[in-house]
Design a protein around this ligand. Sequence first.
Ligand SMILES: [Fe+2]
Length: 176
Amino acid sequence: MSGAKTRNIKEAQGKAEALYPTRNDIPEKQREKVVAIMNARLAETIDLALSIKQAHWNLKGIQFIGVHEMLDGFRGALDGHVDEIAERLVQLGGTAHGTVQDVSSNTSLKPYPTNIHKVEDHLRALADHYAAVGAAVRKSIDETSDLGDEDSSDLLTGVSKTLDSNLWFIEAHLQE
Ligand SMILES: [Fe+2]
């Protein structure tokens, strides 16, 4: 995994981007750390959203239509969470890093394979991606709580619930 090298640079280096002033009463030092965490989770959720469409378009096999349509529902739900994560960190005075260039350098996910087509291969690749994002989000639920931001923690709990539910749907196709 390229994650160790490319993980959100500011988070990894412990440096924070200058924040916009806000009347929000969470201390600035804590907000800086939460913003870095949320930008890292933003990169991963955008990466996952793009991977879902990659699978949606390129699936081939007998289960095509069911999985194709299921993934559109997953993408719609995830897009809502991406928006929540970005807007939360901006509320804290941060700048959301949602460009493809920033996402590419900040995501901790392995590149989604572009040389697979079988439904089962896409389901396995997506399950791996969902599990990786789910683990990172679950860790950040505690991290943001420890930093005194229960709102970000609660927001991420909502993201985690969706990721776990979607992972269940995917894995149920692979289990017998
Ligand atoms: Fe479509």
